[in-house]
Design a protein around this ligand. Structure first.
Ligand SMILES: C[S@@+](CC[C@H](N)C(=O)[O-])C[C@H]1O[C@@H](n2cnc3c(N)ncnc32)[C@H](O)[C@@H]1O
Length: 255
């Protein structure tokens, strides 16, 4: 499948996207000589911050996208390295003190099984720190699903569905997996974007990449047009545009 992640487009909203990342890093307890795994590390800039802030001995950033990793490799060194791999393939050899993932696990289905696998990657005393956007029931997502259904023929019936559990279900899952300490919270990040057009730009950099992969460029342009039209029927034309964004922050420790 072609790699439609676009580091430049993704980084356009870096300030907004990195706020929850810093909040997630703040949940991690500092210990000496940590071995850290960052799943879906993207362009690696934030992985470097994570590595340095935790004063980790070793940090491995893993991402499926060659283009994202191409940017990430410049940050490698001093115990920080990057590898190409898919989260669902259990990347990263051995056990880790911290398994971290910011805004990536929503692309992987079967979270109960996935979290059980991540738990297995932890050393005794290890910590899991995950941030997952929780916008699946908001119009920005629902209208992408509706648009995909209207392009059913061109997409061969494909619809990108994100499987994200509720905060309560994540808390229960952590408990069942033996996390003796935990913090799970739903947080709303109020992003101030220049206009509602920026919401489409935002989603072109993430959710819609899957449709870009499946469609030829002409059909993708028509897809974007229809999506925008649907969205603008409900989003007010205000400048700046206030975009409330729901995210779940999950932290757990096994001792
Ligand atoms: C929204 S970006 C987040 C990047 C980074 N963690 C950050 O906070 O800026 C999601 C990243 O997850 C990667 N990704 C998506 N699905 C993946 C998978 N199944 N396995 C590995 N990486 C994946 C994408 O290539 C992308 O770089």
């Amino acid at each position: 499948m072609p790699d439609k992640w676009n580091p430049e487009l993704y980084e356009r909203f870096q300030a907004e996207r990195s706020r929850p990342f810093y909040d997630l890093v703040d949940l991690v307890q500092h210990q000496k000589n940590l071995r850290v795994l960052d799943l879906g590390c993207g362009t690696g800039k934030l992985t470097k911050y994570l590595h340095e802030t935790l004063k980790a001995k070793e940090t491995l950033g893993v991402d499926a996208s060659e283009k994202m990793l191409y940017v990430a490799h410049q940050f490698a060194g001093n115990g920080l390295r990057f590898e190409q791999g898919r989260i669902e393939d259990n990347p990263g050899e051995g056990k880790f003190d911290v398994v971290f993932s910011n805004a990536a696990l929503q692309w992987v289905t079967g979270h109960e099984a996935l979290f059980a696998k991540l738990r297995e990657k932890l050393q005794p005393g290890g910590q899991l720190a995950i941030q997952i956007p929780a916008m699946y029931d908001e119009p920005v997502h629902q209208l992408a699903v509706e648009t995909a259904k209207e392009f059913s023929q061109e997409l061969g019936g494909y619809v990108r569905r994100l499987e994200v559990l509720s905060p309560v279900d994540y808390a229960t899952l952590l408990y069942k997996l033996g996390f003796v300490k935990q913090q799970v919270k739903l947080q709303i990040y109020g992003h101030l974007l220049p206009s509602r057009e920026a919401v489409v730009e935002w989603y072109r950099g993430t959710l819609l990449t899957a449709y870009e992969t499946q469609l030829n460029s002409q059909n993708y342009e028509s897809f974007l047009e229809l999506y925008q039209q649907k969205l603008f029927e409900i989003l007010p034309d205000e400048r700046p545009f206030f975009f409330p964004y729901k995210r779940i922050l999950i932290w757990g420790s096994i001792s």
